[in-house]
Design a protein around this ligand. Sequence first.
Ligand code: DGY
Length: 336
Amino acid sequence: MPASRPRVAVSRTGLPGDAVARLAARHDVTTWERSTPPTPAELGELARGHEGLLVLGSDRIDATLLDAAGPRLRVVALASMGYDGVDTQAAAERGVTVTHTPDVLAETTADVAMALILMARRRLGACVDALRRGEWGAFRMDAFLGLDVQGATLGLIGYGQIAQAVARRAAGFGMRVQHHHPRRKADDTLSRWVGFDELLTTSDIVSLHTPLTPETRGMIGAAELARMKRTATLVNTGRGGVVDEDALLSALRRGELHSAGLDVMAGEPRSDPADPLFAEPRLVVLPHVGSATEATRAAMVDLAARNIDAVLDGGAALTPLPGTPGRPGIDPLLGR
Ligand code: DGY
């Protein structure tokens, strides 16, 4: 009797690239076929009895899910760099390897951070909105004025792969770059390390590149916004929970901050057209598209699938989560 093939569950249909088809050539693949994401209970049902599970960053991987999947589960591969939805301890206790996708999305996400910096600083989103409302009128020297990025100081909070890719881009735009992360690393070429408070008070643009952890949740609130220059711009391409959105809205409305650009928000997805974040003219909001190019999203799924293959073939995962067996080292988001 032929040996039965490992079973792999995939939490979304229609993932970019051919990696899922490649998985299906080697394993028995069960795919979530509906267009809406599975609820946690549905994901547990989907994963039940499988050895491998390929999920997105927005899927919660906790003790309930792992127990619902059952003892055969050996690897959960996130097609995502961020892993704030993973209970790493629950996975370790059950001997499940969890992997993510560093390396493949930093450049693409850094492009969106730069786009948000330019859009917010130059008020380009407000310009597009004004055109749509038929408000252009005559050319005026004092209309649609923004602030220059050349000569501005960019402060990066977190200094991993994405932040460093932003630093490289910012140099080309004539910006001075400084960064803060908890563990100081010498880097005089691209950016200089500064303390957290110095970064807040001296940067013209503050760009957030930290993972969401208990330590970083709410890291930018009313007190931190008040430390920033009134002419400053805040950009977040990391995770929504790092910024206190009410405090941000109130700082923008009171003119205590020039502008902000968010690719991530708390409680995503946010689909209420009356969401106050969408209405604020000095705030540019994007629907979490940092890594959203065809090639990058396909590369993320591809790396997730290769992680599943590696573990189910009995080898080491290619990119296990930082701090887990086989990867004690660098956190690619935080750079430590
Ligand atoms: C990531 O990879 O963390 C992006 O935010 C997409 O989930």
